[in-house]
Design a binder for this molecule. Structure first.
Ligand SMILES: Cc1cc2nc3c(=O)[nH]c(=O)nc-3n(C[C@H](O)[C@H](O)[C@H](O)COP(=O)(O)OP(=O)(O)OC[C@H]3O[C@@H](n4cnc5c(N)ncnc54)[C@H](O)[C@@H]3O)c2cc1C
Length: 471
């Protein structure tokens, strides 16, 4: 493969690698707050990132109201009328998300004349100072001249079961499918063995139960017990006062707790954090939101294997880190144990010639990434941008929640010095608390404000101490 002839050079202000939720939100911010041109490349055939390959029964775990790109609403703010989320705001599934991102690209981005989208295209790094992209369809390479920055949204790219091999061996003849594969099973199964402790496994178990699979026919291999966030505290619009009240509960727990475990125990007692099995210490926290009704369903599954991670599946047994359990050919093994997000070393988000998208605080994904785009567009120097948005590692353990929450508070304080950025954050539909002003006279809001006034500084100091002790 050679570099394309000079007539085939792509020139652009920003080269955004990845047209998933992150690349789309960042681009939206550049379009809304600058006059830059953007070239988006993705190895997939359409925008939407991992949603293009997601299992069919996945849904956002958060309301659609806070997801997507700021300038184009997602969903209709409908309230769920049936199922395990009755009374909560709608959460888009993969078909809706794919259609949404396609609409954003076709009807909003491309008509600006400032965006070029190159699907089925690999970003292949730099060569002699210029960027190279390679078409997956023709194999031809092109040079991209970037006037401002490369935006890398793939630095922490997560793996999903549909597109990644399991980290354990599976012997020939074992019935084994990725999460979504259960929806395509044709010849029935005596048992389902769900492997994984995260959101994909949770969705798979809930879905199987919802299709009438008896709970005793499900084995759940769970290397870790997880903390989940309660959906009732993560709702928009007229339920925002409860969202804010959840903030008050967190502040109180942070102020009063003697340790991180004590803090989670307090927040569990408040119903803010949930655990499927309250008898098992939870050592995992990935920040997903679930309903209490879903947790009730999951508690019906009694055959939970806690012997660490799977090492290999043979035809008659599953070998784990700490033991083995029998299996057989009537069991379908469901892979819900992809590696998830990567944890590479942190690097500054903003550099002279690149933006490396990383999380900067506890909170909703689309808001965080669009905020990075707004900061890139509206704030002067990279030093100042980095001061406003220092990166943090993705949360994985309970202690990470506290560090991320402290980063959230620090970020809000720092941004207050930038009225344009603060005003955007306040008005953005992606920012859940942006709309709180409408409910300022609500009794729950007034009571929570009082809590913040009384305990916020003690909470921040105590949280800092607990994080330091946890190391
Ligand atoms: C099942 C599931 C449910 C989730 N639910 C929620 C939710 O409800 N709310 C929430 O906030 N978050 C949720 N998340 C977290 C999720 O990671 C984000 O919402 C988001 O969709 C991730 O977007 P992304 O752009 O960072 O990554 P991706 O969607 O992975 O997009 C990255 C893109 O980069 C492309 N790419 C990578 N390398 C290259 C290269 N070299 N050249 C060209 N292209 C490349 C990939 O093809 C991909 O399309 C969920 C995650 C999963 C797996």
């Amino acid at each position: 493969m050679k570099l394309a002839a000079s007539g085939d050079v792509v020139e652009t202000d920003y080269l955004v690698v990845g047209a998933g939720a992150a690349g789309m939100a960042f681009t939206d911010a550049l379009l809304m707050h600058s006059d830059a041109t953007v070239t988006l490349v993705d190895r997939r055939h359409a925008p939407g990132g991992h949603w293009l390959d997601a299992y069919p029964f996945v849904r956002l775990h958060q309301p659609s109201a806070f997801y997507g790109v700021d300038s184009v609403p997602l969903g209709n703010d409908a309230i769920e009328r049936s199922g395990l989320n009755v009374g909560f705001h709608e959460m888009a599934g993969p078909d809706e998300l794919r259609a949404y991102y396609d609409r954003v690209m076709q009807q909003h981005f491309l008509p600006t004349g400032r965006v070029r989208f190159l699907p089925c295209t690999d970003y292949a790094g730099t060569e002699g100072g210029s960027h190279r992209i390679v078409s997956r369809l023709t194999g031809s390479a092109r040079e991209v001249r970037v006037r401002r920055k490369l935006v890398d949204t793939t630095y922490m790219e997560g793996a999903i079961p549909a597109t990644s091999k399991p980290s354990f061996e599976v012997a020939p003849g074992v019935r084994f499918v990725p999460a979504g594969g259960v929806a395509g099973i044709e010849d029935g199964a005596q048992r389902y063995c769900v492997i994984g402790a995260g959101k994909t496994a949770l969705d798979t178990c809930v879905w199987l139960l919802g299709q009438g699979v008896p709970p005793d026919n499900i084995h759940w291999i769970k290397p870790r017990e997880a903390w989940w966030l309660n959906r009732r505290y993560h709702q928009p619009h007229d339920m925002l006062p409860d969202f804010y009240a959840g903030g008050g509960l967190q502040m109180q727990a942070m102020a009063r707790a003697s340790s991180i475990d004590d803090m989670f125990a307090r927040l569990e007692a408040d119903g803010f954090f949930l655990r499927v099995d309250p008898a098992v210490p939870a050592t995992m926290l990935h920040g997903a939101i679930v309903s209490e009704a879903e947790v009730e369903q999951l508690r019906r599954i009694r055959d939970v294997v806690r012997l660490g991670r799977v090492r290999r599946i043979e035809r008659d047994r599953i070998v784990l880190d700490e033991g083995e359990v029998p299996t057989d050919e009537d069991t379908v093994h469901v892979h819900c144990a992809a590696q998830g997000l990567r944890h590479p070393p942190l690097r500054p988000v903003f550099e002279a010639d690149r933006v490396t998208v990383q999380p900067t605080a506890w909170g909703f994904y689309s808001f965080q990434i669009e905020l990075l785009g707004v900061v890139e567009a509206l704030v002067g120097s990279d030093d100042e941008k980095n001061r406003l948005c220092p990166p943090i590692a993705y949360w994985d353990r309970p202690a990470d929640y506290l560090s991320a929450y402290l980063a959230l508070l620090a970020g809000e304080r720092a941004r207050a010095a930038y009225p344009a950025v603060a005003a955007w954050a306040k008005g953005s539909r992606l920012n859940p608390l942006g709309g709180l002003g409408k409910y300022r006279e609500d009794a729950r809001v007034l009571a929570t404000k009082e809590v913040f006034k009384q305990v916020a500084s003690v909470a921040v100091a105590n949280a800092g101490r607990m994080v330091a002790v946890a190391g």
